[in-house]
Design a protein around this ligand. Structure first.
Ligand code: DNO
Length: 401
């Protein structure tokens, strides 16, 4: 048995083409109907169009990443039932087309957060970086979120103030634009970056969570799952929630999918195995307490997809995306545990090298942040090498070595 190797493809607008992906040794892609606004139904003919395109390049569409959950469902507003019905219809349409694994997340407003998209490493390649101080400066002084200062310790507040004081207006604007628009727009752009008041719009989205704490957000996720998972069971769909990225509190928003305890809550709330997880090693690793191999041991049966990458945590609370063989994640152990899981369940787990450093020819091609071709090709090659060795030493496969 093998991990199923995939790469993310953002559709026809992606500078990385299906022909490119075919040459990386990936056998599949993960993609979505990115052009359909969040909350609307994905029609069968449009799903089929993309599926056929992917297959005409000798690839398989293995996983939907993502079928986004509308903010109204996360907030539990009146329109949620209609939106959940739409969601279910999209699931049914995907199942009709034979696409059976769906990723989603339950992070309020932001899909992920980084402060520097071009952090240069000593070898000249670029990674994405999260600076706790820059993020605080953004939150308190650029966005001016009401009450933000109360979420930081005195020292953090002072450091952020100093940092902000040294920023030019352009730098401050770029930081806000990166966090609110650049990293979000190509995935599930909530905020229109062309409008001059995009920061105010963003603030108004955050304000909708003023009365939603962790408990309430959990209730809203449970409500969604109790409607969606029985259908998933009937039609053979595996749902795979993506963990919070990063897995700690941001912008005063509740976070409910950051730790093993959160995964446990998920499994206990709706025990069906169709109620699964995307094991995102990069996201989870930004929290030192997350023991990823142990999480695989505990939740392996529910891991329907894995994002494999690493981060390097720094003492000041920052982290950056390290190379796949570096940083704080031991991908050898991760791949080993995934294989032990697959041996037990008899089901192959699809993976993708999540993100990659920008390197070499990537500097001549405008790809989405985190998704350059060569950097991901390197990650995929490294993961494939690890897997070959793991299988050899597990005595699963001693051929072709
Ligand atoms: C970022 C990705 C996320 C992920 C969604 C899943 O690079 O890991 O955008 O796809 O959170 O819903």
């Amino acid at each position: 048995m093998e991990l199923v190797k995939t790469l993310r493809w953002f559709g026809d607008d992606d500078a990385v083409t299906l022909n490119d992906i075919r040459q990386t040794s990936a056998t599949g892609v993960v993609t979505a109907l990115h052009h359909i606004p969040n909350g609307e139904v994905w029609p069968v003919d449009e799903i089929m169009e993309i599926k056929n395109k992917v297959e005409s390049h000798g690839l398989t569409w293995n996983v939907v990443e993502s079928l986004p959950v509308h903010e109204d469902i996360k907030q539990g507003t009146k329109s949620r039932d209609r939106l959940i019905d739409n969601y279910i219809e999209s699931m049914q349409n995907l199942a009709k087309c034979g696409i059976k694994t769906i990723i989603y997340n339950f992070m309020p407003v932001l899909d992920w957060a980084r402060t520097d998209l071009h952090y240069t490493l000593p070898d000249g390649t670029e990674a994405m970086y999260f600076s706790a101080m820059d993020f605080a400066a953004f939150d308190i002084f650029i966005l001016r979120r009401p009450g933000a200062e109360n979420d930081y310790a005195d020292e953090e507040y002072k450091a952020a103030k100093q940092r902000f004081g040294k920023m030019s207006e352009e730098e401050a604007e770029e930081l806000a634009y990166n966090i609110i628009v650049v990293t979000q727009g190509f995935i599930d752009g909530l905020v229109d970056g062309n409008s001059s008041n995009y920061k105010d719009v963003f603030l108004s989205f955050l304000a909708r969570y003023d009365n939603i704490d962790k408990q309430k957000l959990r209730e809203n996720l449970a409500y969604f799952l109790k409607k969606v998972i029985p259908v998933a069971e009937d039609i053979g769909i595996n749902m795979a929630i993506h963990p919070d990225d990063p897995p700690f509190d941001l912008l005063g928003l509740p976070r409910i999918m950051s730790t093993a305890e959160d995964f446990r809550w998920l499994a206990e709330t709706v025990p069906s195995i169709n109620n699964g997880i995307t094991l995102c090693t990069g996201s989870l690793s930004a929290l030192a307490d997350n023991n990823i191999p142990e999480m695989i041991k505990e939740f392996g049966d529910r891991i329907h997809f894995a994002h494999l990458r690493s981060t390097k945590r720094l003492d000041n609370g920052d982290f950056y995306e390290a190379g796949h063989l570096e940083g704080d994640v031991n991908l050898v152990e991760v791949v080993h545990e995934l294989h032990r899981t697959m041996n037990r369940t008899g089901i192959s787990i699809p993976i993708r090298p999540d993100h990659g450093h920008k390197m070499l020819d990537d500097f001549h091609r405008e790809s989405n942040p985190g998704y350059p071709l060569i950097g991901r090709l390197k990650g995929l090659a490294e993961i494939s090498g690890i897997e070959k060795a793991v299988k050899y030493f597990m005595n699963l496969d001693r051929t072709n070595i």
